[in-house]
Design a protein around this ligand. Sequence first.
Ligand code: MG
Length: 404
Amino acid sequence: MDRVILHSDLNNFFASVECRYDPTLWEKPVAVCGSKEQRHGIVLAKNQPAKLMGVKTGEAIWQAQKKCPELVIVPPHYDRYAKFSAAARGIYESYTDRVESFGIDECWLDVTNCRKSGEEIAEELRSRIKSKLGVTVSVGVSFNKVFAKLGSDMKKPDAVTVISRANFKDTVWKLPVTDMLGVGNSVYAQLHRYYIETIGDLANASPELIKRRLGKCGEAIQAYANGLDSSPVALVGESHPAKSISSGMTLPHDLTCDSEAKELIYYLSETVAAGVRKQGMRCTEVSVAVKDSKFERITRQKKLPVPIKSTFEIAAAAYSIFTENYSWNRSVRNITVGVSGLVPENSAVQTDFFSEDKARQRLEALDGAVDKLRSRYGSECLKRAIVMEFEGLTERKSFDEGEK
Ligand SMILES: [Mg+2]
C-alpha cells in the first residue's frame, strides 16, 4: 500500500510572524532584514505585498528599497519564529507521531495510518493553522517525501496540492530540475551540460550517463524524479540535536591583551563551529564567558542578524562581543565561546539568500573542505594561520585544556 506523506510549509514565515506581532504591517510591504544600520544588511524574508513589488530574499536592503521605496524594514526575532514553529509542530503531532522538521518552517508528516485521507488532513491543517496561529501554510500531499515537498511549493500561499501516482508525470515532470530536493548548484551544473533541465528530463535520462557523471547522488536523484523515494519520515523525538555548543579553556598564565584573547577566541571557535556543522545546523546566538584573574565571571551574548556556521563568522562575532564588553581591568584566566539558537542549516528561508551571498559561501566551502580533511587525517592536519600563532604562543606557556 502506498504511503501518504504531507509536506507543510509556513508561508513567508519570518515576515508573517512579524506581521502577527504588529498587525498594522499586514497591508504594507515588509522585509525582515539583518543589520539595518550596516550598509550591507540583506533581506532575509519578505511578505506577499513586498514579493509583488519584486523584493527578493538575499538582496541588499538598498536594492530592495529601490524597487519598493515604502518597504518597511524589521529586524529578525528568532525567538518568535521558534515559538510559532513549535506551535505548528504541536498541531502536526496531533495527527501522527511521524513528524520531521526541515528547517524552521517546514515539516513532513506521515499520515498513512490516519482514518482521514491525506487531502482531508491537509485541508484541516491549513484551516487550523490559520485560525490558531494566524499564519498560512501550503501543503503538498503525495506518496513520498520528495514529491510532497514539491507539492507544497507549487501553490502558495494558503493552498493544498495533491501529487498522485496518476498525475505526477503531468505535474512534476515539467518543473525545473532545480526545484527538486537534492539538486543544488553543483549537481545542476553537471545536468545542464547534458541538456537536463526538467525533472522529466532527469527521470528519462540514460541511467548509465547519470551514474557515470554523478555517482550515487545521481542514482538517488534520478530515482526521486521517477517517484521512487522510500525514505521514511522520522519519528517524533528520533533525533535530539544539542541546544547549544561551547568550548572553553583555562590558561596556566593569564592573557593580558586583545590580540592574545583574539587568538584564543579563534582557536575555541574552530571547535564550536565544527560542532555546529557536524549537526547540520547554523547558530543564531554567540556568547562569550570570561573569567578574570580574581575568578570573576562575566557572560555576554549577542543575537545574530543571520544564522551562521562558518568558523570565521562565529569567531568574528565572539571577538566583537569580547572587545565590546571586556575592558582589561584584570587579566584573563579563562575564555569560553558558546553558540545557541541552533537552526537547521538548510532552513528553507535561508537557502536562497545564502547562495546569493558569495563571501559567506566561500567561507562555508572552505570550512567544508577543512572538516573533510580533518575527518580523514585528524584534526592536526590543518590549522588556520591565526591559530598557529596562538599555539606558538601557548607552547611556551604549555597550557592545558580545561572546563570543556
Ligand atoms: Mg516557508
